[in-house]
Design a protein around this ligand. Structure first.
Ligand code: SF4
Ligand code: SF4
Length: 295
């Protein structure tokens, strides 16, 4: 099998993006994430496999449909609703739903299929140094696939970037970095216990990996980002601690991202509880936080 045939699970490909690295970019969202941030607005990115979702607004059960009920051997479809506690995610019902109320997040794609899509957009990349960005979820959760994708892009002289939470095997991250022209790296909270509470994992590996990246790839430009989450890390102390941690390094920019509450409906469509998080990030407070630290 050629490395171009290697397959991974992708949940979206976004074209002409202007926010995920330099220039105009094709962003490939890989499924799977080791973190469980309470504020995640893409819950469909978290599990590493294709998964069923149900959009009740599209269901036409009340107009006499009910195909899914007849098909589901688990009894998970009742009266135009999914009982996710019974659903085994076999995905058969997604293929027969006439209104696409039942559908699947994520599909397998090969390296060559993605590269073909990217090559079609190469004409746009030329303006402003655009290219391909791997995002997620955490793209390095599908490490072999992600690295082959980056390699194939580099062989075709396509500019490469990654959006990573940094929670990956250090050797994997450094291997990926060999094929990266630009790195977008999230540092969410410096306090380890707070980080663990908010994301489900310690930040030790994330910080160690960032140091390793700065040391092994000092010339690769990096954008370090902190999403500012109300009630989680929206204090001067939290942000200052991250900015101070970054001070000894060179060749990076630091940026705060405002939190916007999206994704509630997607949690419901996946049969999951919507995490509790304060809704509003005060704009004035956000500006006060960013002014002294951004560069
Ligand atoms: S097949 Fe689709 S539209 Fe029909 S009842 Fe089931 S979910 Fe609703
Ligand atoms: S995915 Fe399979 S188990 Fe789940 S509701 Fe559909 S048919 Fe039933």
């Amino acid at each position: 099998m050629s490395t171009l045939d290697k397959r991974g699970v992708v949940f979206n490909i976004q074209h002409y993006s202007l926010h995920d690295g330099p220039g105009i970019r094709t962003v490939v969202f890989l499924k799977g994430c080791p973190l469980r941030c309470a504020w995640c607005s893409n819950p469909e990115s978290q599990r590493p496999y294709p998964e069923l979702y149900f959009d009740k607004d599209k269901c036409i059960y009340d107009r006499g449909c009910g195909f899914c009920e007849k098909l589901c051997s688990q009894g998970a479809m009742i009266n135009g609703c999914v009982d996710f506690t019974k659903c085994t995610n076999c995905l058969s019902c997604a293929g027969i739903c006439p209104s696409r109320a039942l559908a699947v997040y994520g599909r397998e794609m090969s390296v060559s299929e993605i590269i073909e899509e990217a090559e079609r957009e190469q004409v746009f990349y030329r303006h402003g140094g655009g290219g391909i960005t791997l995002s997620g979820g955490e793209p390095l959760m599908q490490a072999e696939f992600a690295i082959e994708l980056l390699k194939a892009a580099k062989e075709r002289h396509i500019h490469t970037a990654i959006e990573t939470c940094g929670y990956a095997d250090t050797a994997v991250l450094l291997e990926a970095a060999r094929y990266l022209d630009f790195i977008l790296y999230d540092v969410k909270i410096l306090d380890e216990r707070k980080h663990e509470r908010a994301t489900g994992v310690s930040n030790r590996l994330i910080l160690k990996n960032l140091e390793a990246l700065f040391s092994a790839f000092p010339k690769t430009p990096k954008l370090i980002r902190t999403p500012v989450i109300p009630g989680v890390n929206d204090t001067e102390e939290d942000i200052r601690a991250i900015a101070d941690f970054l001070k000894p390094f060179d060749n990076y920019r630091y940026e705060l991202l405002p939190y916007h509450r999206f994704g509630e409906k997607k949690y419901k469509m996946l049969g999951r509880a919507v995490p509790m998080i304060e809704n509003r990030l005060d704009e004035k407070k956000f500006q006060q936080l960013r002014r002294p630290v951004e560069q």
